[in-house]
Structure formats: C-alpha cells, structure tokens
Design a protein around this ligand. Structure first.
Ligand code: PLP
Length: 393
C-alpha cells in the first residue's frame, strides 16, 4: 500500500514535469519554513564550542535527557500552568514521531487500540508493524483490529469513547489533520473512561504552541485523574522550528501503573535499551527557547504561521468553502465543494491553481471529502495560493 504522502509527491512531481514554467505553491506538507530563532542558534554554537574543548567535552549523555532541559520543561511547560510534572517523569527524545511509534514497545500485542479517523498515519502504521492492527481491509481503507473513531463535522471532529472496551487510545489535540481542539470537559470524559477501563491514553500535543483560545487545555495533565492513565508527547519541531534538529519529549507519570508495572520504569528501560540520548548541542538549543528572548523569538514564528492560517481560513471561507481548524492549529481542514472526492479536488487545485494540498482520504476513511492545507508556507506564497484557489473555484 503506498502512503498518501508518497502519492501526493508523485502527483506533484508529474505536474512539475508537465508544467516546468508554472510556479507550484506547496501547502500540503507539514514542514516548517521559518529559520531557527537567533537565541537557539547562539546556544547551538555555544554547545558546539563546548564539545571542542577538553574541559567541557561531553560523550554519551543521560538517555533520558540532560537535567537542565528536563528542569526547564517541568518549570516552563508544566509548573507555569499549575501542573506538577517532575523532571524524572520527562524523557527527552529525537522526535514525537519516534516516541509515538516506539511507545508500542512497552505494550503487549493483544491490546486493543483506538485511533481517531482521520488520523496522523504514524499511530496506525506503527501498530500495524507491531502486529497489533490485524489485516488491512482494502475496500474499507481500515485495519480490522483497530477501532476507528470517526471525527466528523457532526461531532466537531472530536470523538467520544467507543462502545467496545479499548486498551490504548491515541488522542491528538490540537489535531493533525483537522485542526480541532478538545475542551476540558471532553478530555475529562476520556480520562474517566481510561481510569474506569484500565486503558492508557497516548496524548499527542505536538501542536500545543498553536493554542490561542483561553479555555483550551494545553496538556492532558490539566485534567484531574490523568496522572493514572495518560502519557503525553510534545515536540520542538513545530514549536521552535526543530524539524531538522530533532528534539521532543514524552511525559510518563510515576502513578501510571498497569498490572502492577510502572510505565515510567518500563519506558525508561525501553529508552535505555534502544536509545542513547539526544545530542548535547541540540538539547542546549532546545533549552534556549525557554529563556525570555527565546520565548519571544519562537512566539514571533508561531504568530507568523498563525497569520497564514487566518489568511487561508478567512480567504477560502469567503470563497464559499467550509473551513475548519486553523484557529488553535496550523492546519485548515476544508470540505470539498459539491461532495467531490478528496483526490479529485486535490487534482483540480493542482491543475487549475498550481497549489499542492493534502487529500483528506490519506488520513483515513472519514477524511474522504476533505483536503488539508497547512499554514507553514511563506506569507506571500500563502496569500498568492489563496487568490489562485479562489480564481480556480
Ligand atoms: N505528532 C503529530 C501529530 C505530527 O503531526 C507530527 C509531525 O508532523 C509529529 C508528531 C512528529 O513530530 P516530530 O518532528 O517531533 O517527530
């Protein structure tokens, strides 16, 4: 099965070959375009200089991350929001993608997994690789052992617990691809379900930095009861432009136990066995974003993308399209006009507007009839893309 991402790439490449004179604007991929903030770059330089001096050289670091970064995370990402997370509960890693996939190592293959539909494909594919997803049902576009929770316009793109009992639940808010967020009340329902059923919530908060509205929870650990049922993933990729630098972290609370086993101890064991830590230099760069200057500079990049999201959302809504997300997230989830298929609308926008998007069907069966646009492009290209799409429609 070829992934939607590679199909998008192939169609874009075929298009470029046919139309070498046209300027394609790519609003499909989820990579950032703003450079690293100056303060992080300076810290990377200082870290590299330390590595070049015998007195400050560092070899293997702690697998869980350096204390200076774990302390900064506990203080700035959690204590500042009134949430008590201890440095020993934080595991620094080379990416939320790795962590979302690797976390499966601490769970048995007989666990029943629930995913949102549409979904970030990594949750589905890594469970398929582990043998936890069963067989792929070509005609349905689903795996037979995974429980798919449709996230559609009617439920505001936020699922409620399924009727069947599940053991592992992937939730991602702000969501990729729909841009939806969950309220405290909605998350409380999930936390209560997980505690009542012995399930574990794997909460992906890679886009937390894009939350703008006051009442939206920034972490699952704001919800009472989450410490006994949830693991949280965070990433510096979109927060601070670290997609090429690789740094993220996972929080596993001490109270989280299943069948008498501490999941913090199991994850620690997994990481120490298969991972030798994130480079010191990179962790210095990540820690710099918690300084007052670093915070201001990373905020400026997020604001830049947020402005793009607004341009897309408002421009395409005015053109008559139904647009969702893009307020607390860098993704805008757009309904295709007149019930058109995702791939047909993707082709139409590619051919008529020279704008590359991502077809919703690639994220799961409920993504059919939608496309995803991202706010990670340049401001001028984004404005131009919106004008071209309007003209094409
Ligand atoms: N989680 C979600 C929902 C994502 O969309 C992405 C990246 O696109 C990631 C995780 C990966 O983050 P990282 O770059 O830290 O591996």
């Amino acid at each position: 099965r070829s992934s939607a991402a590679s199909d998008v790439y192939k169609r874009q490449a075929a298009y470029m070959e046919k139309h070498s004179d046209q300027s394609l604007i790519r609003l499909g991929i989820g990579d950032v375009t703003r450079p690293l903030c100056h303060f992080a770059v300076q810290a990377l330089h200082e870290g590299a200089d330390e590595m070049g001096r015998a007195e400050t050289f560092k070899g293997y670091g702690p697998e869980q991350g350096y204390d200076f970064l774990r302390q900064a995370i506990a203080q700035h990402d959690y204590a500042a929001r009134g949430v008590d997370i201890k440095p020993e509960e934080i595991f620094v890693s080379d990416g939320a993608k790795s962590d979302c996939g690797n976390i499966g190592d601490i769970f048995g293959v007989d666990n029943i997994v629930a995913v949102c539909d549409p979904v970030y494909p990594v949750y589905v594919d890594t469970n398929a690789m582990a043998g936890r997803a069963g067989s792929y049902q070509e005609e349905l576009g689903k795996w037979d052992r995974l429980v798919y929770m449709p996230c559609v316009e009617e439920n505001g793109f936020t699922p409620v617990p399924p009727r069947e009992k599940v053991d592992i639940i992937y939730l991602c808010f702000p969501n990729n691809p729909t841009g939806a967020v969950a309220t405290r009340e909605q998350l409380k329902v999930w936390v209560d379900y997980a505690n009542a059923n012995g399930a574990v919530i794997l909460y992906d908060s890679a886009y937390e930095a894009f939350i703008t509205e006051e009442d939206v929870p920034h972490t699952i650990f704001e919800i009472e009861g989450a410490r006994t049922c949830a693991i949280e993933f965070r990433s510096y990729s979109k927060t601070a432009g670290f997609t090429g630098n690789r740094c993220a972290y996972t929080v596993v609370p001490m109270e989280l136990k299943r069948d008498g086993a501490s999941l913090n101890a199991l994850w620690n064991r997994r990481q120490c066995t298969k991972f030798n830590g994130v480079p010191y230099v990179i962790q210095r760069g990540a820690a710099a974003i918690y300084t007052p200057e670093g915070k201001d500079q990373t905020r400026a990049s997020i604001d830049y993308y947020r402005q793009n999201a607004q341009v897309i959302r408002e421009g395409l809504t005015a053109a008559g399209l139904s647009c969702f997300g893009g307020v607390n997230a860098p993704y805008i989830w757009i309904k295709t006009p007149d019930g058109m298929g995702s791939w047909d609308f993707f082709d139409l926008l590619l051919d008529r507007a020279n704008v590359a998007t991502t077809p919703g069907a690639g994220f799961g069966p409920s993504g059919e009839g939608y496309i995803r646009l991202t706010a990670f492009g340049g401001a001028e290209a984004t404005r131009e893309a919106v004008e071209r799409v309007k003209a094409a429609l």
